[in-house]
Design a protein around this ligand. Structure first.
Ligand code: COA
Length: 182
């Protein structure tokens, strides 16, 4: 399959709000595919709207950054979020959230490119310690491990899967001072 050449760019609050319907559809797509993204399936649109509205506020406040991928037709095909730690003692730390690639666009390098864009942006902003967690039984575990993320381990019974069953989460970390810019 061809590598993805979808355009990736960081979006501001206005662009995120304008892309709201597409972002909610992407989130629904991820939840429907069984991904652990903070929601039960099928995704409740009211909850998704409230979540997106909070994200827009946080992007405007500078505590959240969002990268979107767009295909040649302008459709949103992927996203990833970086939530800055806001505690006074953690100016160097941030959490990767909501990495999702549309089911039809997976396996063509887009997830890898979204993470590279996020890591470049985090490094430039001095947020060099990154953390994330993902469903312990999903393919995303190998995705992060193969890309050099350090494994902290598994917390059992951490959350409910989209289908409503208890599942563990695998916690990862990365020190961007130790990695070359992608
Ligand atoms: C994880 C995800 C973002 C990867 O996006 P992508 O565009 O397919 O990623 P790439 O094409 O760059 O890389 C694909 C790699 O991911 C691996 N992978 C990721 N999720 C996988 C899954 N569920 N099953 C099997 N392999 C998976 C593939 O094996 C492949 O590995 P390789 O390149 O070493 O062969 C995408 O699968 C996705 O959106 N999944 C649903 C949401 C999710 O689980 N997000 C993570 C939550 S933290």
């Amino acid at each position: 399959m061809n590598r993805s050449d979808d355009a990736i760019r960081e979006v501001g609050a206005d662009e995120l709000a304008a892309a709201g319907a597409a972002v909610r559809a992407l989130l629904a797509d991820g939840v429907a595919s069984g991904a652990s993204l903070g929601f039960l399936g099928p995704l409740d649109d009211g909850l998704a709207r409230a979540w997106l509205s909070a994200c827009v506020d946080e992007v405007a406040a500078g505590t959240r950054r969002v990268w979107l991928a767009y295909d040649a037709a302008g459709a949103v095909t992927g996203m990833v979020h970086l939530a800055h730690a806001t505690k006074q003692n953690a100016p160097h730390r941030a959490e990767v959230q909501k990495l999702v690639v549309a089911a039809t666009a997976r396996g063509r390098g887009l997830g890898t490119r979204l993470m590279a864009a996020l890591e470049r942006g985090a490094r430039e902003a001095g947020r060099w310690l990154l953390i994330l967690d993902t469903d312990a039984d999903s393919g995303a575990v190998d995705f992060y491990r193969d890309r050099g993320w350090g494994s902290v381990g598994v917390i059992p019974f951490f959350c409910l899967s989209p289908a409503g069953e208890l599942q563990g989460t695998h916690v990862f970390w990365r020190d961007l001072r130790e990695t070359a810019d992608a």
